[in-house]
Write a protein that binds this ligand. Structure first.
Ligand code: AMP
Length: 118
């Protein structure tokens, strides 16, 4: 199966506890854990438990889940003390720089962010 076909990924293994992760939040729909290669003092990934490969694969039936993921970003950012702000990134597809084909929202914080991103 190709990498972006919606097949199992390393994040699926984290959801099933087959490999370790530093989990900071979990509920019935999603999971948040620290990125293994942090690009900021705080770098957390929020993922749905449902294995959606990428944002461009979502449909209107996913609207509640997508809202839940954003509200989870806000909740986790508060939990981690990002009171001065943070950045949320969804890399999508090859040109978007996506490397793991399980939808994920990056929360980056703890330092000032630059614009534009690379
Ligand atoms: P993206 O390039 O947007 O697809 O982001 C994938 C992210 O997943 C990268 O920032 C990686 O550092 C991160 N990552 C890959 N494997 C793991 C892992 N086992 N645990 C935590 N983060 C991971």
């Amino acid at each position: 199966m190709s990498e972006n076909s919606g097949s199992d990924t390393v994040f699926g293994k984290i959801i099933r506890r087959e490999i370790p992760a530093d989990i900071v939040y979990e509920d019935n729909l999603c999971l948040a854990f620290r990125d293994v290669n942090p690009q900021a003092p705080v770098h957390v990934l929020v993922i749905p438990k449902e294995p959606i490969a990428k944002l461009s694969d979502t449909e209107s039936k996913n609207h509640a889940l997508l809202g839940h993921l954003l509200l989870t970003v806000k909740r986790v950012a508060e939990q981690l003390g990002l009171a001065n702000g943070y950045r949320v990134v969804i890399n999508t597809g090859e040109e978007g720089g996506q490397t793991v084909y399980h939808l994920h929202l990056h929360i980056l914080g703890g330092r000032p962010m630059q614009w534009p991103p690379g």
